[in-house]
Design a protein around this ligand. Structure first.
Ligand code: GAL
Length: 222
């Protein structure tokens, strides 16, 4: 059994959490202008595609990006200089609920094939988020669920693919009553409507494959 991290207040190193690019002056801006959410969720990139909402160069580079994940060091001690959280990573939850947000800071490996974030309800995967860097030459983010051992219909549409080899990222997953919302580097990316509707049964999430992690934490929005 993978050790559980029950400490929701994983120490965020303030220097690892600059204001998001493009999110205005808000501190920790949270969710995009949905119906009842707080106003500060990042908006869609105003210029789709090319001219780059992601100022990758201004994003702080993270140390150790190219090194192997120190799998043996899990769990690292809260309070230690938090430069790497081992992958695969598992985090327990007391169910998910409206306004629960998961904040993942990491660095994509130099030659990535894919990475995965899975939200689990027992054996079921309520939400599978799977960026693939080279699926027959294409980049795609596959979203799905796996219920009673069967993968459902994949969701693949996407305006942009915000992850790049060797680059750091911040990803937020916000649970609402109707869906999971995902934002990356301050821009709303996609939504995944709840298929597994008993949100309280979602008791953990995992992060796998070609990513190193600098911090993972959860918070509940006001
Ligand atoms: C399968 C893959 C699974 C999962 C699933 C999503 O092809 O083996 O790991 O990504 O697609 O639909």
């Amino acid at each position: 059994m993978w050790p559980q991290n029950n400490n929701p207040t994983w120490p965020a190193n303030p220097s690892d959490n600059p204001t998001w690019p493009g999110s205005g002056s808000g501190d920790g801006g949270v969710w995009p202008g949905g119906n009842q959410g707080p106003p500060a969720w990042p908006s869609q990139p105003s210029q789709p595609g090319g001219s780059g909402p992601a100022p990758a160069s201004s994003w702080p580079s993270q140390p150790g990006g190219s090194g192997p994940a120190p799998a043996s060091s899990w769990p690292s001690q809260p309070g230690a200089n938090q430069q790497s959280v081992a992958v695969p990573y598992t985090h327990s939850l007391n169910g998910v609920h409206n306004k629960l947000m998961i904040i993942i800071n990491g660095v994509i490996k130099a030659k990535p094939n894919m990475f995965t974030v899975d939200m689990y309800a027992g054996e079921d995967v309520a939400f599978h988020f799977n960026p693939r860097f080279n699926e027959r030459g294409q980049k795609v983010i596959v979203r799905n669920s796996c219920i009673r051992g069967k993968w459902g219909a994949e969701e693949r549409e996407l305006a942009n693919f915000p992850f790049s080899p060797g680059q750091s990222f911040e990803m937020k997953i916000l649970c609402t009553n109707g869906e999971f919302k995902v934002a990356v580097n301050g821009s709303h990316l996609l939504e995944f409507k709840h298929r597994l509707k008993n949100l309280n049964s979602i008791r953990s999430f995992g992060i796998f494959n070609d990513v190193t992690l600098t911090s993972v934490r959860t918070e509940t929005l006001p």
